[in-house]
Design a protein around this ligand. Structure first.
Ligand code: SD4
Length: 338
């Protein structure tokens, strides 16, 4: 296991603490390491606040953590954290630099929820990098939950967002190469899956969440995934917990996955058990071809207990708690079949 230590000077929240916060990033874990880590995670004191996100998005969770520590709200932390990936042109599944649909258009989906149960969402948004921020504006400044396409884009300009070309040269090149064969097959873990879904629990136990993506590379024009659909890609119920999905959105949408995870936690399941049950719901459908696609969930409850589970291996959850940043390899359904 490789460990890199990051020392960050963070001024700590309204409580007036000012300390250097050590952020530790763990990568390249073996499954034995992960198992050990898992049991540590399960038994450790669940101190708040905390931040979790899909995949190994250390920069994003660190940004969210710093935002919380600076005294800003959990919603600010979600927005700032997600914005890191939206601005990163190397992440080809989120924001600027994302891979386009089959016609060469980059179209973004995003949503956000606060602890009061309010939500905002944008679907099929073009030419704006920070879809998560537009989703927040939809939540805060309109009587609606969801804006789509041209209407969402127009609304963003009215709110001061700048028009940008989201298709970078390298994404354009990848699309042109793809067009030669135009074969569409979701690829497990690679290329098609790097959506960021993030959940925070603040020091009062209040939960917020966000999710932002360009969806599946080379998707059909007009395709919208699970990520901006409240209940599918993201769901937060401040009485219970929150969940976010990544992977093949059609499968998540068909089972209203994130809502399902939260409802399972309401019935008494831990976040880990709830994620596992929601994945089992997908793989146990008649004729499910789950060996050909990935779906993963992360979840948190009000106590700050977390869980993550996927169909295939190599999914991981980023987490910052007690100033410690880590990447936790997720358990997965197909492990039982190995
Ligand atoms: C979608 N769930 O549009 C998204 C894709 C994803 O990492 O999660 N990619 O189906």
């Amino acid at each position: 296991m490789k460990r890199r230590n990051f020392i960050k000077n963070a001024s700590l929240s309204g409580v007036g603490l000012a300390i250097g916060t050590a952020l530790t990033n763990c990568t390249n874990k073996t499954s034995e390491d992960s198992q050990k880590e898992k049991s540590i995670v399960t038994t450790a004191k669940k101190s708040l606040p905390l931040v979790i996100a899909t995949w190994n998005f250390h920069n994003a969770t660190s940004k969210a953590w710093e935002t919380l520590q600076s005294g800003k709200s959990a919603l600010d932390a979600i927005e700032q954290g997600c914005m890191v990936e939206e601005a990163d042109v190397k992440n080809v599944t989120v924001g600027k630099g994302a891979l386009p649909d089959r016609d060469g258009n980059v179209t973004l989906d995003a949503c956000i929820m606060n602890s009061k149960g309010d939500c905002g969402s944008v679907v099929y948004l073009q030419n704006i990098t920070h879809a998560i921020s537009v989703a927040r504006k939809v939540m805060e400044d309109t009587p609606h939950v969801m804006l789509a396409g041209k209407g969402a884009e127009q609304f963003a300009y009215e709110k001061g967002f700048k028009k940008e070309n989201l298709l970078t040269e390298s994404s354009k090149k990848a699309w042109e190469e793809w067009k030669v064969k135009s074969e569409y097959k979701p690829i497990i873990n690679i290329e098609n899956h790097d959506t960021i879904g993030m959940l925070t629990v603040d020091k009062n136990g209040d939960i917020c969440g966000g999710c932002t993506t360009s969806g599946l590379a080379y998707k059909m024009a007009g395709r919208v995934g699970d990520s901006p659909i409240i209940g599918a890609g993201l769901f937060v119920d401040n009485e219970v917990g929150g969940a976010v999905a990544t992977g093949l959105g059609e499968e998540v949408a068909k089972t209203v996955g994130s809502f399902l995870v939260v409802e399972l936690m309401r019935q008494g399941k831990t976040p880990q058990e709830a994620c596992e049950e929601a994945i089992k719901r997908i793989v146990s459908k008649p004729n499910s071809n789950y060996k050909d696609f990935q779906v993963a969930y992360i979840a948190v409850n009000k106590k700050g207990e977390t869980g993550s589970y996927s169909i295939h291996k190599n999914f991981s959850m980023s987490k910052v708690q007690d100033g410690k940043s880590e990447n936790i390899q997720s358990d997965y359904f197909l492990k039982e079949k190995e």
